[in-house]
Design a binder for this molecule. Structure first.
Ligand code: GLY
Length: 355
C-alpha cells in the first residue's frame, strides 16, 4: 500500500493507493456514528468492503452519466440523507468515478453546511485526478461544472482492485490524465510508462499502483501549494485541457474526457513547438507517449478550427481571449492569444480542418 499526503495547512489528508485500500476506511471513520455510502449500480458491489468495516452504514445509489451531474440529483440525495438522519458529525463516502465524486463532494459541501467526505474512486481518471484536491460541482443546462465548491475530502482511498472491472475504453481514457502528468515535466514517470507499457496496459496491480501513486503525488504537491486555484499553479493541471474541452463540446461528447485530453496534449506539444517554447523532439515525445498508451493522436473527422476556437474563447478559465497552458523554458505557463500561424500548425498536426 502506498500513501501520499496532501499537505494542506491545518487539514492534511492521505491518498491511500493499492489493492484493498477500501479496507482503510475503518481507520478514517470508525469513530463516526453513521456513514452514508453513495455510489452507482455498476460499482456498488465494492460497497461491501466499506459497509463490512463500519457499524452503521446505508448505501444510496445515484444515476449514471454526465446528465446525473445536476442540482436535481444533489437535491434528491440531500433529501434522502436527511430522511435517513445523517448529521453534521457523520460522514459521506463517494464510491465511484468522477461523476460520483463531483456530485457527492458537492452534496457533502452544502449538506448541513458541510459534512466530512471520503473519496473512494473506482476509475483510473478519478484516482489520478478528480478525487484529489476538493473540486466538486454539477452542471447547468448553460454549461459544465458551473455550480460547485472546494470541499477537501478527509481521505482518498484508491483501491486498485476496483479497476479490474473498469471497461477498457474508460481505463485507457484514464491514461490520458496519466500522460498529462508525465508530459507536465515528470520525466521519471514518462520513462516508467515507456518501460512498463505492457504492465500499464494489462493493468498489472503493482505497475498501476506505482503509476497512480506517482500521479497522486504530483497532484498533491500542486494542490497543497495552490488549493483554490488562486496563484495560477493549480491551473497548470489543465495542461492539454483548453483544446480537450472544446473538442468534447464540438464533438457532442463523442470522445470521452481522457481521450480528448490525450489529443489536447498532442495539440499543446505542437503549439509549444510552433511558438519555439519546446523543440521538435519534445513535441514528438508528446505524440509518442499518447500513442504508446493506445490513445488517439488525430481528431475524429469533421473537427473544424473555427468551431473549436469559438468554444475555446468561452472557456471559463480564459480571461477574455484564448488561453493555453504550455510548456516552455520556465516550465508550464499560461500563454495568451498565440498568433494564428502557430494555432494553424497545431490544428493541422492533430488533423483539424483549418478552412
Ligand atoms: N483537474 C484539475 C484540478 O483538480 O485542478
Amino acid at each position: 500500500m502506498k500513501r501520499v499526503t496532501v499537505d494542506l495547512p491545518g487539514r492534511p489528508y492521505d491518498v491511500v493507493v493499492g489493492p484493498g485500500a477500501l479496507g482503510e476506511v475503518a481507520a478514517l471513520l470508525a469513530d463516526r456514528r453513521r456513514c452514508a455510502v453513495v455510489s452507482q449500480a455498476a460499482v456498488a458491489p465494492h460497497a461491501a468492503a466499506i459497509c463490512g468495516a463500519l457499524t452503521d452504514t446505508e448505501l444510496f445509489l445515484i444515476d449514471d452519466g454526465e446528465n446525473a451531474k445536476s442540482l436535481a440529483t444533489v437535491d434528491d440525495l440531500c433529501r434522502r440523507l436527511a430522511e435517513w438522519g445523517l448529521l453534521r458529525g457523520d460522514a459521506v463516502i463517494a464510491l465511484g468515478g468522477g461523476v460520483v465524486g463531483d456530485i457527492v463532494g458537492f452534496a457533502a459541501a452544502v449538506y448541513h453546511r458541510g459534512v466530512d467526505v471520503v473519496q473512494a474512486p473506482t476509475s483510473l481518471l478519478a484516482m489520478v485526478d478528480s478525487a484529489i484536491g476538493g473540486k466538486t460541482g454539477v452542471n447547468l443546462p448553460e454549461g459544465k461544472n458551473l455550480v460547485g465548491a472546494f470541499h477537501q475530502p478527509i481521505g482518498v482511498l484508491a483501491d486498485i482492485d476496483t479497476l479490474t472491472t473498469l471497461p477498457e475504453r474508460e481505463y485507457r481514457a484514464g491514461l490520458g490524465e496519466v500522460a498529462k502528468y508525465a508530459l507536465m515535466g515528470d520525466d521519471a514517470l514518462a520513462a516508467f510508462l515507456r518501460e512498463r507499457a505492457d504492465g500499464v496496459l494489462s493493468r498489472d496491480t503493482e505497475v498501476v499502483t506505482e503509476v497512480v501513486a506517482r500521479c497522486a503525488a504530483l497532484k498533491a504537491e500542486v494542490v497543497a501549494a495552490d488549493p483554490e486555484e488562486r496563484s495560477g499553479l493549480r491551473a497548470t493541471l489543465n495542461y492539454g485541457h483548453t483544446f480537450a474541452h472544446a473538442l468534447e463540446t464540438t464533438s457532442d461528447f463523442a470522445l470521452v474526457h481522457g481521450e480528448a485530453v490525450a489529443l489536447g496534449l498532442v495539440f499543446a506539444g505542437e503549439l509549444g513547438r510552433a511558438l519555439e517554447r519546446i523543440d521538435a523532439t519534445e513535441a514528438a515525445a508528446h505524440r509518442d507517449l499518447v500513442a504508446s498508451l493506445g490513445l488517439p493522436v488525430t481528431v475524429p473527422t469533421g473537427a473544424r478550427a473555427d468551431a473549436l476556437l469559438a468554444v475555446m474563447r468561452r472557456d471559463k478559465k480564459a480571461s477574455g481571449g484564448l488561453t493555453f497552458v504550455l510548456r516552455g523554458p520556465n516550465g508550464l505557463e499560461a500563454v495568451e492569444d498565440p498568433p494564428a500561424p502557430a494555432l494553424e500548425h497545431a490544428f493541422r498536426a492533430v488533423g483539424v480542418d483549418v478552412h
